[in-house]
Ligand binder design. Structure first.
Ligand code: SF4
Length: 455
């Protein structure tokens, strides 16, 4: 692992890595709309000219510069940046200067390919005239997604706090949409309402994010949830509750997953997707866990200098995790009395679930440990079915599928794998209808949980 890290660090070229934004325009790829909009607004509040990239319009460009063996999210995000360049060139003509932009593309350490997207996309951009000047700035899981070195010293930590707050509020907005939409009085009102509310919250984050005036932001969030609640028709009876897990990009990027949540809703479901904040919490949890393991090893070997540095790391990651969990709980607690939105789980709970059944280990890392544990946790909590959404050939999600299928069959809970690439699978809707028929049967026999943990 250490050799792999060194290798990655050595290979990063000068226009890729932890590069300061400066006065450039920061381009944020859209994974889910809520997070992209609120994060961009928070950046703007901190004086960074940031905008969310239009998504999925450049898929053909993404395909043109990939071989087909890359992960689907890599194709989609590459297409997004190439499409932006193409359109910006048309708009500005000869005044277009690639050196004025920074493409913000986080990465992840670990055994799958997310750590290589930015390197691969760097190679593609470098091969196109002038685009070597369009820098790619990455934050990395190796230091818990720190912004030190990217933003000015006095802003980096404050931005991390406000940025995390924006991510959790974006999760709340998504949960509000999924809570209202299956029960809305007027068709289309939930989507319309969330879109308007997001634009309102953009202004709120831009204004209050830099001062960390979180109470003011929360007042707005509570007001939005109250307004949203009024769109629900109380006469519509509860529907089967379906949990969704999987690879973070595919399960949240509605264009790539062909809007699977809406399709499930069309066939009678209320759906809850795993949160985006889960990944941020997991990064801190995993870094803390790994620092602890290395500290133990150093202690055994009586290596005191590295032991001291690992203890310092433990303290840093421990504080980071504590802060995130505290903020997340604070936000969910404020909206809970207004509407029964489902709260989020702690990562430590997921590790306990895995240990209890000895199904998988956090030592393997990747999203598989989150997805497997979430599926088992929700199955025991009374969800009526679980869906695993992922890019075709995704390694952690395929592992998830292999581990949970027999367990779900033993528990008698409907389970569906939903792998996607850019093609349309003719049998997809039939599979979802069949799955929903089973979920409906489960719902009739067992009812559904009232107080619900998140997938
Ligand atoms: S999680 Fe799956 S899709 Fe994402 S980089 Fe890893 S293998 Fe590729």
């Amino acid at each position: 692992m250490e050799a792999r890290r060194k290798n990655q660090e050595e290979q990063a070229p000068g226009n890729l890595g932890k590069i300061r934004f400066g006065k450039k325009t920061v381009l944020i790829p859209e994974m889910n709309r809520s997070t992209a909009l609120l994060l961009a607004a928070t950046f703007r509040g901190f004086g960074v000219e940031a905008r969310a990239l239009e998504t999925y319009k450049g898929l053909d460009l993404g395909k043109e510069y990939t071989s087909g063996k890359e992960c689907y999210p890599c194709q989609v995000t590459l297409g997004d940046i190439l499409y932006f360049v193409q359109e910006e060139k048309k708009r500005l003509g000869p005044a277009f200067d690639p050196g004025q932009y920074v493409y913000f593309l986080p990465e992840s350490d670990g055994p799958c390919r997310f750590g290589l997207y930015n390197r691969f996309q760097r190679i593609v951009l470098d091969s196109l005239p002038g685009l070597d000047r369009l820098t790619i700035t990455s934050i990395t899981t190796r230091d818990g997604y720190s912004f030190a070195g990217i933003l000015e010293k006095d802003k980096a930590l404050d931005f991390q706090k406000s940025g995390y707050f924006a991510i959790v509020v974006a999760d709340i907005m998504d949960r509000l949409r999924w809570r209202i939409r299956p029960y809305e009085k007027k068709a289309g009102s939930a989507d319309e309402f969330i879109e308007t509310s997001l634009h309102h919250l953009e202004r709120t984050f831009q204004e209050h994010g830099p001062n960390k005036a979180f109470e003011k932001i929360l007042d707005e969030v509570v007001r939005v949830v109250e307004e949203g609640k009024a769109l629900i028709d109380p006469k519509i009876p509860p529907k089967p509750l379906i949990g969704m897990v999987g690879e973070i990009f595919l399960r949240t990027h509605i264009q790539s997953n062909q809007d699977i949540i809406r399709l499930l809703e069309k066939h009678g479901a209320e759906v809850l997707n795993a949160s985006v904040a889960e990944w941020g919490n997991y990064v801190s949890y995993d870094a803390l866990r790994s620092a602890k393991a290395q500290a133990r090893l150093n202690l055994k070997q009586l290596r005191f200098s590295p032991l001291w540095s690992k203890l310092k790391e433990m303290l840093g990651f421990g504080i980071d995790l504590y802060y995130k969990e505290y903020r997340q709980e604070q936000i969910y607690k404020r909206v809970e009395p207004v509407l029964d939105l489902i709260g989020d789980h702690k990562i430590s709970h997921l590790e306990e679930v895995l240990k209890e059944r000895d199904l998988f280990s956090f030592d393997v890392a990747t999203e598989a440990c989150l997805s497997i544990a979430s599926i088992i946790s929700c199955a025991h909590a009374g969800y009526n079915g679980m869906v695993n959404v992922y890019p075709f050939t995704c390694m952690p999600s395929t592992t998830t599928s292999a581990v949970v299928k027999p367990v779900m069959s033993e528990l008698g809970i409907p389970y569906l794998d939903a792998p996607y690439d850019s093609s349309i699978q003719p049998g997809r809707e039939a599979a979802i209808r069949t799955f929903m028929y089973q979920a409906e049967q489960h719902f009739r026999r067992h009812g559904r949980m009232q107080k619900r943990p998140s997938p």
